[in-house]
Design a protein around this ligand. Structure first.
Ligand SMILES: Cc1cc2nc3c(=O)[nH]c(=O)nc-3n(C[C@H](O)[C@H](O)[C@H](O)COP(=O)(O)OP(=O)(O)OC[C@H]3O[C@@H](n4cnc5c(N)ncnc54)[C@H](O)[C@@H]3O)c2cc1C
Length: 437
């Protein structure tokens, strides 16, 4: 993700640089010309990253492969938005620096302002004012995105305003971009970014994102596996395309609440029946068992994601690590492998639980692994043994391993740091992110 975002920023800078090289910086002294170019570059970067965030928000399945799954697409969406906010703040600061430059070197040497008349002049005035207003709103959104304690349920509704904010920003960018830009790489890049993201914003405002992948169904069974975990089995309509083990879906049990992402914890049996194992991790999921009833309609959008067994590297030692509810994709994997045990790779499955006694998944994992001799199950009870660590994975220096991890971010970071210390010859670490914000 970092490489893709860095590549995108580099391309935008390149487009700006090529335009500057082709057109020249124009008249003026260095501080004023530098301010002018910094204003253009920061603006182009901000609108470019915001456009990228808009396009990524449309859940483009064709980008799952380069990004490594829809969870990563959403993380890139988040960071593109945050970076866009950063560059917007910089753009605003550069604009405000005019007063300082004037005080230091005087007004002489300032590039002459392009003159516009009539409607165009009015449009430019409106675009300038709107731009400043949108920058403040954008920064407020970025702060809320980073402030994890702000409840997701409120954040989600506020976030719905983003396409409208984007369209205002696009208006600001399109009207205030210098006219000479439009025939140069920067103008072409700006046109492509504004055009594609305006379509994305339109789709979002019309509520059409993901529509083509939404399938109706009904709740077949609701089982309380423990006070914290509920199993929901759904029967989907004939439109469901099927899924690969490890994929997830956006599930809507109630229209007012909207969709929540959950891993499909069952293998595809060809009967369009899918199982979700839902842990009470927040307000809605806590109240879910009381809200669900057999026969209730459900809408499932998907499948998405690339946390798939089919992608495993046959030459590397397979280490699968599940933390708590992060066991769901592995349950689907094991279910799929049971249908074809011969194809099962040799693997060590580490399940980390806070307390083995009363854990709803231990017996289920044991039953599934019993038919798969190649898959060795290790249960780590952090209540009794202390927190999980990289050493428990049984890897040694010089080896080649592929780790598939699903669980809390803190555990993933801890294991990665520990694995780096072990000194493996080659390590691939795949992680399914259960958090999109
Ligand atoms: C790819 C993926 C797969 C997941 N699979 C499972 C699973 O198999 N079982 C399971 O129990 N949980 C799973 N989750 C987590 C689950 O989506 C959240 O726990 C649930 O949405 C929390 O909702 P809440 O309103 O109860 O909690 P809140 O307190 O409102 O939110 C807690 C956190 O959940 C996330 N979240 C909440 N609502 C949404 C939403 N509509 N869209 C995206 N993220 C949201 C946010 O990161 C938020 O900070 C998965 C998440 C992702 C991204």
């Amino acid at each position: 993700m970092k490489t893709i975002l860095a590549g995108f920023v580099s391309l935008v800078v390149l487009a700006w640089g090529l335009s500057l090289a082709a057109h020249g910086a124009g008249p003026g002294t260095l501080p004023w010309v530098a301010r002018e170019q910094a204003l253009l570059l920061s603006g182009l970067l901000s609108i470019g990253l915001m456009s990228l965030a808009m396009v990524l928000a449309t859940r483009p399945v064709w980008l799952e492969r380069p990004f490594g799954g829809m969870d990563r697409v959403y993380r890139a969406h988040k960071w593109a938005g945050i970076l866009a906010g950063g560059f917007a703040a910089l753009h605003w600061l550069v604009k405000e620096s005019g007063g300082v430059i004037k005080a230091l070197v005087g007004k002489a040497g300032r590039p002459p302002k392009a003159e516009y008349f009539g409607v165009l002049e009015n449009l430019r005035d409106a675009a300038e004012e709107l731009g400043e207003f949108v920058v403040y709103l954008l920064l407020a959104m970025v702060l809320l995105a980073l402030w994890k304690r702000f409840p997701y349920k409120y954040w989600r509704h506020l976030h719905r305003a983003m396409p409208a904010l984007y369209l205002m920003l696009a208006f600001h960018g399109a009207v205030l971009a210098p006219l000479w830009w439009w025939g140069t790489p920067a103008g072409v890049a700006l046109g492509v970014m504004l055009g594609s993201a305006a379509v994305a914003a339109g789709l979002s405002l019309a509520g059409r994102i993901g529509r083509g992948r939404q399938v109706a169904g009904e709740v077949l069974a609701v089982n309380r596996l423990s006070p914290e975990v509920t199993e929901v089995i759904c029967q989907l309509s004939a439109d469901w395309p099927g899924h690969r083990a490890g994929q997830f879906a956006w599930v809507t049990f109630e229209r007012l609440e909207g969709a929540h992402p959950f891993t499909i914890a069952s293998a595809d049996g060809g009967d369009r029946r899918v199982t979700f194992l839902i842990k009470a991790l927040g307000d809605y999921t806590r109240s879910l068992p009381q809200r669900l009833a057999v026969g209730q309609p459900v809408s499932v959008e998907g499948p998405y994601g690339r946390f798939e067994l089919g992608r495993h590297d046959r030459r590397a030692r397979q280490v699968w690590v599940a933390g708590g509810i992060g066991v769901t994709p592995f349950l689907a994997w094991l279910g799929a492998l049971r249908a074809d045990p011969v194809s099962a790779p040799e693997a060590d499955l580490h399940y980390c639980t806070r307390q083995r006694t009363g854990d709803p998944f231990v017996a289920r994992l044991q039953a599934l692994c019993a038919d798969l001799p190649g898959v060795r199950l290790h249960v780590h009870d952090s209540g009794a043994e202390g927190p999980p660590c990289a050493e428990m994975l049984g890897l040694s220096a010089g080896g080649r391993a592929e780790v598939w991890f699903c669980g809390p971010q803190g555990l993933a970071d801890h294991l990665r740091a520990g694995l780096a210390r072990i000194g493996l010859r080659r390590l691939s670490f795949h992680r399914e992110a259960f958090e999109m914000r």
